[in-house]
Write a protein that binds this ligand. Structure first.
Ligand SMILES: [Zn+2]
Length: 286
């Protein structure tokens, strides 16, 4: 339909980049020549027309002295217009530059509801590749973590000065290791986050079942609460206990009996080794 340009609201937070002068000039002369441009996209919300795709076309038509412009109009609210604007110009009009696409992904991620969507859904909304979404996400995680110490799963604060560098849970740098088992140690710590994820999943399952049972959900009526708590606590302890913790303090990734020739140790083994060292030092100084 034809819609009066004066009626369009351009201030709904649906514009994600500045207008490009060269494109405006080209569109303006097209309009002056009487050429047709593809319709712009508008959300009609109870008398208000939110423009979410076609900012260049609208501005060029205005400069060419036109009063109306061809528009695709659908019902909705301003928030719908903002959501649809993330995918605007993906396949037509003034093409988006890669840096602009990343900025649009960041704008979407800043919204609590939309930012919680899966990477696939975000990619679909922005009409970009999932690789772009995951790059922006890891960049922003990196930026967030670089601001100060982070709190680990164990509740302790960890310095962020080694962010981007592979380290063990004690902050020992892994890229400088030279021992025979150094590659094994680096590989293991690169994958160790998988265990943290499983520990979180298991914790969620534990809590979910328990709260359903306690809320009187008949599906869990036969649950033995005490056993469930004890068994899941054991499973969590067993899983947490297998997590790679530190480069073996005895062989420094060279391989020894203490670390079963792995070059790395769990927290329990590490603490036992530390205690053994302290004890023998105390013994020698007597
Ligand atoms: Zn060792």
């Amino acid at each position: 339909m034809q819609i009066a340009i004066a009626k369009l609201r351009l201030d709904g937070g649906t514009q994600h980049r500045p207008l490009d002068d060269a494109a405006l000039e080209e569109y303006e002369s097209l309009f002056r020549d009487g050429s047709k441009c593809p319709p712009v996209s508008v959300i009609h919300d109870d008398g208000t027309y939110w423009l979410y795709d076609g900012f260049h076309r609208v501005e060029a038509a205005r400069r060419a002295g036109l009063d109306d412009i061809e528009a695709d109009v659908q019902g909705g609210g301003r928030r719908d217009a903002v959501f649809l604007s993330f995918g605007a110009n993906a396949g037509h009009g003034v093409r988006r530059r890669p840096g602009e696409v990343a900025a649009i992904v960041r704008a979407l991620l800043a919204d609590p509801e939309w930012g919680a969507m899966s990477q696939g859904r975000i990619a679909k909304a922005v009409k970009c590749s999932q690789g772009t979404v995951s790059r922006v996400l890891s960049d922003s995680t990196h930026a967030r973590m670089s601001r100060g110490p982070v709190v680990g799963l164990d509740g302790r604060e960890y310095s962020t000065e080694n962010i981007g560098r592979p380290v063990d849970r004690l902050g020992n740098r892994l890229d400088a290791l030279t021992g025979k088992r150094a590659d094994n140690v680096r590989r293991v710590f690169a994958e160790a986050g998988t265990i943290d994820g499983l520990v979180r999943d298991l914790g969620r399952i534990k809590t979910k079942v328990l709260s359903q049972h306690q809320a009187g959900d008949r599906l869990y009526a036969a649950l033995n609460e005490k056993m469930w708590i004890a068994d899941t606590a054991n499973a969590l302890a067993a899983l947490t206990g297998t997590r790679p913790y530190a480069v073996c303090p005895r062989c420094n990734a060279g391989g020894c009996d203490g670390c079963a020739d792995r070059g790395w140790v769990t927290r329990l083994t590490y603490e036992a080794m530390q205690k053994a060292m302290t004890d023998s030092c105390a013994h020698e100084s007597r």
